[in-house]
Design a binder for this molecule. Structure first.
Ligand SMILES: Cc1ncc(COP(=O)(O)O)c(C=O)c1O
Length: 399
């Protein structure tokens, strides 16, 4: 029996059974649904894209996987090379892993060990943001701030290594002033905090964070697992403010296979590169650099570049703003739009009860959580399809 995520198995509604998928559509036996959340924000090119399928099949005909311990191969080498050339600054060193959570764990381990390797043993603390979400493994839960998901951690009492602050420059400055000697990193989902409620904040916060990290010698980590590949309307937020470590996942493979990467700058890499074996990064997920994942990631990036995906995302944002212009309802607290993300935050979670089935009946797959009704559509969506998604959201309040 399948044990489903984030659900009370005893009381959950049965999940919709998908029999096929193509483009922006999921098919059940009796319905054709626009996937308004791109399979947890990853399926940016839509389902069953022929070029992506071909990339996987042709790699599978050679080999699907070989480990990176003592072995290497062209798809991993090419993807690391592509990321080196494509990502901003000197984010040149790619450590692959099998999921976003693991890639964040790797980033946190890198930041801690970077200072341990230098003999700075006091730097054991992490600055993180309120409402952050970085995954469901133990350290990512700890840097996260998501009571609704991670309350089990309360069993351990308050965290001794993580300090949470709001996305407010004064709070940032105060935290640095108080803790800079103990901090090894600041970790943030830049501009858009996803699972914490699609919260959007200003770039000035990140610019100030960069200055303070430089001033106090603290590493800046951007978790762009959700925001990367255009979701905020920027290719990467790292194009605007350069982090020392960048984490990518989800859309890295166009959503086709789970894979992620922790990309380090030259400075971070050099903190590990010496004759002392104890200064090596002791991490190695079995499926890191999986050949199918690397092959499909390369093809996904090629599509993203050649078919001007940034223009597609600008179009999605423009249509979304146009369709929601002037729309309001007393039950809605706020409407937030950024790039390829829209969120209607309602005043009470109960207001969204029944929405999923309502949307299903109108040909849209949606998965609101808590007080958040949102869409993160595949970038290949056509105008009338996007309008349908937005009309469905509005219709819920106009009933
Ligand atoms: C910002 C962020 N970081 C990390 C993760 C975890 O990624 P994964 O589910 O691949 O472990 C997520 C997943 O939603 C995320 O949104």
């Amino acid at each position: 029996m399948i044990w489903y995520p984030y659900e009370q198995m005893k009381t959950m509604n049965p999940p919709y059974r998908i029999t096929d998928a193509q483009g922006v559509y999921l098919y059940t036996e009796d319905q054709k649904l626009i996937d308004s959340i791109s399979s947890w924000w990853s399926m940016i090119h839509g389902y069953r894209h022929p070029a992506l399928t071909r990339a996987i099949v042709s790699q599978a005909e050679k080999f699907s996987h070989v480990m990176l311990g003592g072995l290497t191969h062209e798809p991993a080498r090419k993807l690391a090379e592509k990321l080196k050339n494509w990502l901003p600054g000197d984010l040149d060193y790619s450590f692959f892993s099998d999921s976003g959570s693991v890639a964040v764990e790797v980033a946190l381990k890198m930041a801690l060990q970077y200072y341990m390797n230098r003999g700075e043993k006091r730097r054991t603390k992490i600055l993180a943001l309120e409402y952050a979400y970085h995954g469901d493994t133990f350290k990512t839960m700890e840097v996260g701030d998501d009571e609704d998901y991670h309350f089990v951690l309360n069993a351990y009492g308050p965290s001794r290594s993580v300090i949470h602050i709001p996305t407010d420059i004064k709070a940032l400055e105060t935290a640095f002033a108080a803790h800079h000697e103990e901090l090894n990193c600041l970790i943030a989902e830049p501009l858009l905090q996803g699972a914490g409620g699609m919260r959007m904040y200003d770039i000035s916060f990140l610019k100030r964070a960069r200055e303070l990290c430089d001033h106090y010698g603290v590493l800046l980590i951007f978790d762009e697992v959700a925001t990367g590949f255009g979701r905020t309307g920027n290719r990467f937020v790292a194009d605007l403010v350069l982090p020392d470590i960048l984490v990518l996942g989800k859309a890295l493979t166009g959503g086709y296979i789970g894979h992620a990467v922790t990309v380090a700058s030259k400075k971070v890499f050099e903190g590990f590169y010496d004759d002392n074996p104890q200064h090596a990064l002791m991490h190695g997920p079995t499926f890191m650099g999986n050949a199918l994942a690397c092959a499909v990631a390369l093809k996904s990036i090629e599509l993203f570049e050649c078919q001007d995906y940034m223009a597609k995302i600008r179009r999605i944002e423009k249509i979304t703003r146009r369709e929601l212009e002037g729309f309001s309802d007393p039950r809605i607290r706020e409407i937030r739009i950024m790039g390829g993300c829209v969120c209607l935050e309602v005043k009470e979670a109960g207001i969204l009860k029944g929405y999923q089935q309502f949307a299903y009946e109108r040909g849209v797959f949606a998965r609101p959580f808590l007080n958040y009704l949102y869409a993160m559509v595949p970038y290949v969506i056509r105008e009338q399809e996007l309008v349908r998604v937005l009309d469905t959201m509005k219709a819920w309040f106009l009933r």
